[in-house]
Write a protein that binds this ligand. Sequence first.
Ligand SMILES: Cc1cc2nc3c(=O)[nH]c(=O)nc-3n(C[C@H](O)[C@H](O)[C@H](O)COP(=O)(O)OP(=O)(O)OC[C@H]3O[C@@H](n4cnc5c(N)ncnc54)[C@H](O)[C@@H]3O)c2cc1C
Length: 391
Amino acid sequence: MTLDFSLSDDQQAIRDTARDFIAREVMPLENDVLAREHRGEKGLPAEDLRALQSKAQEFGFWGIGTPEAFGGAALPAVTQSLLWTEVGRTFVPFVFGGEADNILFRATAAQQEEFLKPTLAGDRVSCFAITEPNAGSDATAIRMRAKQDGDHWVLDGEKTFITKGVEADFSIVIAVTDAEKGHRGGFTAFLVDRSMGWESSPIHTMGPSTPASMSFDGVRVPHANVLGEVGEGFKLAMEWIGRGRYVIPSRAIGAAERLLTMAIEYAGQRETFGVPIGEHQMIQTMLADCELDLEAIRWPVLVAAWSIDQGLDARHASSLAKLGGATAAGRIVDRVMQIHGGMGYTKEMPIERWYREARLWRIFEGTDEIQRRTIAKGLLSGRRRVGGHLA
Ligand SMILES: Cc1cc2nc3c(=O)[nH]c(=O)nc-3n(C[C@H](O)[C@H](O)[C@H](O)COP(=O)(O)OP(=O)(O)OC[C@H]3O[C@@H](n4cnc5c(N)ncnc54)[C@H](O)[C@@H]3O)c2cc1C
């Protein structure tokens, strides 16, 4: 293996185009987003998001992870990671268009027409529901039952904390079809349209995210809406969650870069005791520690994405990336707030917003503790050798 930490010309060009797009089209919306959120509204209305996505499409950013068969760019995970880092530089809740939940590409031809293609086109909104009031970290403990009744399945139970559950037109729901088999062949994924009768209500959080609790009371779902195979639900769920484990920290790197840049600028301008605060060694320590955290996580995140591109088992690398990215971002935003003093704590600056948002990264799509559990289990079982790819 040769070691080469440089980006290819293609990667650089794509990254620079994205950086330019985010700076010119998305960052100018930041004050509006803050103002709307402070009024308790959605930061980026759906029609504004779609307009931005259309503009991004003109620059070639559409379906960055979507297979070419569906008109997407099918970019390698490393390139996608670089793009998510660019998106992460702004707190505007922007995502590229032409994307769908990774497991939705398993849809049958009929399901593609009803669910996948309208989602890629931005005409329908999906959500993914596995978490339940009594089953979060331990997803094997879900209880939502799906009982077969002729050519239908009847779903009963509750889901909670479901991102986009308030606005979704349909949900990918993981339910128990065979309690004896449990997660080893007894869970199944269903495509459940809202018109089939599930109800949702918002859960207000400390951050910009408003997930939903969802209730299913005898919701009848045609057998034709099984996603993948009956019994394959847990495997699909882990596949869905796996993607977030490099996307979330990729975004976190972008946020951390922006925050550190803000702190450096402020340290050069703000004066106390007759000198810029950047001349005080305690401020310098915080800046240096931010830079260390940032660079220490950049490479594990890229290694996780690279492992996916290489077709390697990326679970260990992805857990390192998610744990490292989420925790580093938390430390960085905290120091950057400290460097800004009282101003950092106000709603006039976006730091407190990032502070609230970054706290979530340590909780959803696998908490810090669950990532540590995966990492330790990999080491203890010998599946992962100390020294990683170089061992
Ligand atoms: C804003 C938001 C959006 C979300 N979006 C979605 C979504 O779209 N779809 C979805 O299905 N879910 C979603 N979730 C759910 C999220 O994935 C869970 O909240 C998360 O997995 C933790 O589960 P829990 O909240 O039940 O905590 P619990 O599992 O009850 O954990 C409580 C505490 O115990 C710790 N813990 C648990 N087990 C262990 C262990 N073995 N060793 C050490 N410590 C342990 C945890 O780390 C945590 O600190 C979302 C959550 C939030 C807050």
